[in-house]
Design a protein around this ligand. Structure first.
Ligand code: FAD
Length: 377
C-alpha cells in the first residue's frame, strides 16, 4: 500500500468522484479531497449511453455503487435507424443509459458518505494552489493539470471535421435511435435515446459544408434549437429540444503518451477521449479510476504505482480509443453513404468499428440479418 496521506482530485465528474469512492474504500487512512468548479446539481450535457454490458464491471468489485446506479438506468435491446424512406430495427444491439447529472449525484453522495471531502463551486486556477502527495487530474477535456505540464504528458489532439450540438428532448424514445435526414442544405444526423422515463439526449451532427450552409456558427442556442427542431420535426413529434451549454463543437481525439508525472496522474477525458458514437467515455473514465486506485493499493511507492497504472490501463484504453475513432470517421462520411440502399447503409453502420464479423452479426442480430440477406445483402 502506497505511503501517501493526502490526495487532491481536481474535477468532480465520473472519473474524479469514482476515484474518491475507491480510494476511501481501499485506502481509508488517506485523506481525499475533490474540487469541482460546478455548483451542486449542475453539469454539462444530458444522458449518456453505455454499451450492452453497461456497468457490469462494477458489480463484482463495488456492488454498493452498482446497486445505487442501476435502478436509475434505462435499457433496451434493439436499436433503430431512421433513414429517408425506411425504418430499420437492428435487434440484439443493446444499450443502457443514465442522466449524467443523476450519475454524478449518486457518485458524489457515495464519495461523501465514505468520508471524501468535496468542495463544489471552486475552480482550481493553478497547480500551485494544490497541496497534496498525489494530485489526480480528473478535470476533463480542458484539463488544467494536463495543460500545465504538457511537455510531461505529451498530448496529441486532433479535431474531427463534423460539428455537433448536444441537446435534450422532453420526450422518451423507445430505443437508441439514429435519424438521418436530407435537407436542401445537406444531410443531418441525430443520435437520440431516453435517459429517464421522460427525457432523452438528442445530439445533432452534420458535416462542415452543411454546418456552413445553415450558418450554425453565428446562431445562438435558441436559433440552433429552432432549426434543429424543424429539421427533426418528424421524429420529435411535437417534443421540444432543450439546451444545456449546447454550443456547436468539433469532437477532439485526444491521447496522452504519458499518464503520470511527479505527483500528478491524469485520467478520463483529461488523458484520452472516446467518441460518443460508441458510448464508452464514462465507462473508460471509471475504469481508469479503478486501475489507479488498485495500483496505489498494491504498491508502496508512488512511482511503482504510477508505472503499474499506465502499463495496465493505457493499452486497454488505446484499443477503445482506436475503435471510437474508427466509428467517428464513419460519421464523417455518412452523407455520401445515404445514397446506398437503406439495408446496405444499416449493414455498413453496424460494421463501422470493424469489430463485427458476419457470423457474430447473424448470432447477435438474427432478424436484421434475415432481412438483409433475404434482400441480397
Ligand atoms: C457530446 C458528447 C456525448 C457523449 N456521450 C457519451 C455517452 O453516450 N456515453 C459515454 O459513456 N460517454 C459519453 N461522452 C463522454 C463522457 O461525457 C466523458 O468521457 C466523461 O464525462 C469523462 O469523465 P471525466 O470525469 O473524465 O470528465 P468530465 O465528465 O468532463 O468531468 C470533469 C470535471 O472536472 C471539472 N473541472 C474541470 N476543470 C476544473 C478545474 N480547474 N477546477 C475544478 N473543477 C474542474 C469539470 O467541471 C467537470 O465536472 C460524451 C461526450 C460528449 C462531448
Amino acid at each position: 500500500m502506497t505511503r501517501i496521506s493526502r490526495v487532491e482530485i481536481i474535477g468532480g465528474g465520473p472519473a474524479g468522484l469514482y476515484t474518491a469512492i475507491l480510494l476511501r474504500r481501499l485506502l481509508p487512512s488517506i485523506e481525499v479531497r475533490v474540487t469541482e468548479q460546478n455548483p451542486q446539481g449542475a453539469t454539462f450535457g444530458f444522458g449518456v449511453v453505455f454499451s450492452d454490458q453497461a456497468l457490469e464491471f462494477l458489480k463484482k468489485d463495488d456492488p454498493e455503487t452498482h446497486a445505487l446506479v442501476t435502478p436509475q438506468m434505462e435499457r433496451w435491446t434493439n436499436m433503430t435507424l431512421n433513414l429517408p424512406g425506411d425504418r430499420i430495427v437492428i435487434d440484439g444491439v443493446g444499450f443502457t443509459s443514465i442522466g449524467r447529472l443523476a450519475l454524478i449525484e449518486i457518485l458524489r453522495e457515495r464519495a461523501e458518505s465514505l468520508g471524501a471531502s468535496i468542495e463544489m463551486e471552486r475552480r482550481v486556477e493553478s497547480l500551485d494552489e494544490v497541496d497534496a502527495d498525489l494530485v489526480v487530474g480528473a478535470d476533463g477535456l480542458n484539463s488544467l493539470v494536463r495543460q500545465s505540464l504538457e511537455s510531461e504528458f505529451c498530448p496529441s489532439i486532433e479535431y474531427l471535421n463534423n460539428h455537433f450540438a448536444w441537446f435534450g428532448a422532453d420526450r422518451p424514445f423507445d430505443t437508441l435511435t439514429q435519424t438521418f435526414v436530407r435537407t436542401d442544405k445537406g444531410a443531418l444526423n441525430a443520435h437520440h435515446y431516453r435517459y429517464n422515463p421522460g427525457m432523452s439526449t438528442f445530439l445533432v451532427e452534420c458535416d462542415d459544408a452543411t454546418f456552413q450552409r445553415y450558418g450554425f456558427a453565428s446562431m445562438d442556442e435558441r436559433e440552433s434549437v429552432a432549426v434543429s427542431q424543424e429539421v427533426f420535426a418528424d421524429v420529435l413529434e411535437g417534443a421540444s429540444l432543450i439546451t444545456n451549454r449546447s454550443n456547436w463543437r468539433q469532437f477532439p481525439k485526444l491521447w496522452c503518451e504519458k499518464w503520470t508525472s511527479g505527483r500528478y496522474a491524469l485520467m478520463g477525458d483529461a488523458v484520452h477521449t472516446a467518441h460518443y458514437s460508441i458510448g464508452s467515455g464514462t465507462r473508460l473514465a471509471m475504469e481508469d479510476a479503478i486501475a489507479l486506485s488498485r495500483a496505489l493499493a498494491a504498491h508502496d511507492d508512488l512511482e511503482a504505482a504510477f508505472a503499474a497504472y499506465q502499463s495496465e490501463r493505457a493499452p486497454i484504453a488505446r484499443k477503445i480509443f482506436n475503435a471510437a475513432n474508427t466509428s467517428a470517421h464513419w460519421y464523417e462520411n455518412y452523407a455520401e453513404r445515404m445514397s446506398l440502399p437503406p439495408l446496405e447503409f444499416a449493414y455498413e453502420y453496424i460494421n463501422r468499428s470493424g469489430r463485427m464479423d458476419l457470423e457474430r452479426l447473424r448470432r447477435t442480430a438474427p432478424n436484421f440479418m434475415k432481412r438483409y440477406e433475404s434482400q441480397g445483402g
